[in-house]
Write a protein that binds this ligand. Structure first.
Ligand code: MN
Length: 441
């Protein structure tokens, strides 16, 4: 378990002033890890976001400011991935968090070391951020029953929610090589589609490009092949979370998905936010899953722990859209939705217990995503497929433009945050991607 401690105290302030704004995503209570570089040629190394700045963890280590378990953890910070930190036992991660919190606290002796801030902080706006882990494997689940029901009703009106849904967490093995960091443009993919009124399929750029607003979990300590992770231990196998945009080509998907599930419709790009918010930072926002409706089956024993499963996260994910024309006219992005990860049918611990029940080995840096986070209301739908009912009810943008699906030049931004009374709000930052046209053929 990850207990609450003094690092979560909502009264803590930092000598890094921008971290103290009430709407800051990265206050001193957050301390998320990422990989940053000073320019495109720099391979990058581990940093910690604090306000508008990045704390260079190897520089902090070189200054001799860390001791004990925290010093051991920080030795792993000069590489361009978080995998070596992720694989550590929890006590190292907790020690590092506690000492970084102490170093950054207003009034800390470090605040008065001459020239120190210039040596250990770099302005986030001046840095290049990278995919935070070497992701060996990526799995995407389908954990929102609202999303599953809405999508099912569009693809199979007579049979929306398949009978296995409430028994087995549905997922598929995704593509790790095409995971890109926020800000990377996404090229419109081509593929094979068969419109309902066409006699035969054809190939060409997708005409139904969509986003999916999701939450991703990075695996920390993995499990050995052949050794399932029990539900009670599952949350402690997770290192932290990020935002995930699982870009999807709906026309490719609808033609290819039966009988083996998504393939090319989702393998061309998946965007992730650069900062990994740790399970330690999320401790004030951990919660039990929303109760199941009466009549739903109880989860099978391997999906039920011996103690309450508080691995769900009370977190809001927002989706914002801006078109080329909106930006040219100086208009602000339009918010399309706000969904809550509390509405998911399966908890993160259940997803991990299910993923490993066969003995499948998860490894440090693996990414496990929830699937589209949709809620029960019309303003909490996490993809355009649901919002526009597969294009039947297009959106109208502030410019008067219509959208059934994404157009070239559209920029989708996901934002995520946790907020509740008695805790300091923390954010995940953002996950952005702009659509660029398919290459001329
Ligand atoms: Mn997905």
């Amino acid at each position: 378990m990850r207990p609450l401690d003094e690092t979560h105290d909502p009264g803590l302030a930092s000598w890094v002033e921008s971290a103290n704004r009430l709407d800051a995503d990265f206050p001193i209570q957050n301390l998320p890890f990422g990989v940053f570089a000073r320019d495109a040629r720099d391979p990058g190394r581990v940093g910690v976001a604090i306000g508008d700045w990045i704390l260079d963890l190897s520089a902090v280590h070189a200054e001799g400011l860390l001791t004990g378990d925290a010093e051991i953890a920080a030795r792993r910070s000069s590489v361009p991935h978080l995998n070596d930190l992720m694989r550590l036992e929890l006590r190292y991660q907790r020690a590092l968090r506690a000492q970084l919190s102490g170093l950054l606290r207003a009034g800390s002796p470090t605040e008065r070391i001459p020239g120190l801030a210039d040596r250990i902080l770099i302005r986030a706006a001046a840095a290049v951020l990278r995919v935070p882990a070497a992701i060996g494997n990526y799995t995407d689940f389908y954990a929102s029953v609202y999303h599953a029901t809405n999508v099912g009703s569009l693809f199979r009106p007579d049979n929306p929610l398949l009978p296995n849904y409430k028994w087995v967490p549905i997922g598929y093995h995704g593509r790790a090589s095409s995971i890109v960091v926020s800000g990377t443009p996404v090229r419109r993919p081509s593929g094979q589609c068969k419109p309902a009124d066409a006699a035969a399929p054809s190939v060409g750029p997708t005409r139904a490009l969509d986003y999916e607003a999701e939450l991703g979990f990075f695996v920390g300590r993995g499990n050995a092949l052949g050794e399932p992770v029990a539900l009670d231990d599952a949350a402690d196998r997770l290192f932290g979370i990020c935002l995930v945009n699982d870009w999807s080509a709906r026309d490719i998907q609808s033609w290819e998905y039966q009988p083996l599930g998504p393939f090319l419709a989702k393998n061309f790009a998946t965007s992730v936010s650069p900062w990994v918010v740790t399970l330690e930072a999320l401790a004030p926002f951990r919660t039990e899953a929303a109760p199941r409706p009466p009549g739903d089956p109880a989860p099978l024993p391997y999906l039920t722990g011996t103690r309450p499963d508080a691995s769900a996260v009370d977190l809001t994910i927002e989706v914002w859209l801006s078109s080329d024309r909106m930006r040219a006219e100086g208009r602000a992005p339009m918010r399309l939705s706000a969904g809550s990860a509390r509405d998911l049918y399966w908890t993160p611990a259940q997803l991990i217990a299910h993923h490993t029940v066969t003995g499948c080995n998860l490894q440090p840096g693996d990414l496990v995503a929830t699937g589209t986070v949709s809620g029960p209301t019309s303003d909490s739908l996490g993809c355009l497929l649901e919002i526009t009912r597969r294009g039947a009810s297009p959106l109208t943008l502030p410019t008067g433009e219509q959208r059934a699906f994404l157009a070239d030049g559209d920029e989708v931004t996901l934002r995520g945050y946790c907020a509740r009374a008695g805790a300091r709000r923390i954010g995940l930052g953002e996950c952005r991607g702009v659509i660029v046209g398919a290459p001329a053929r």
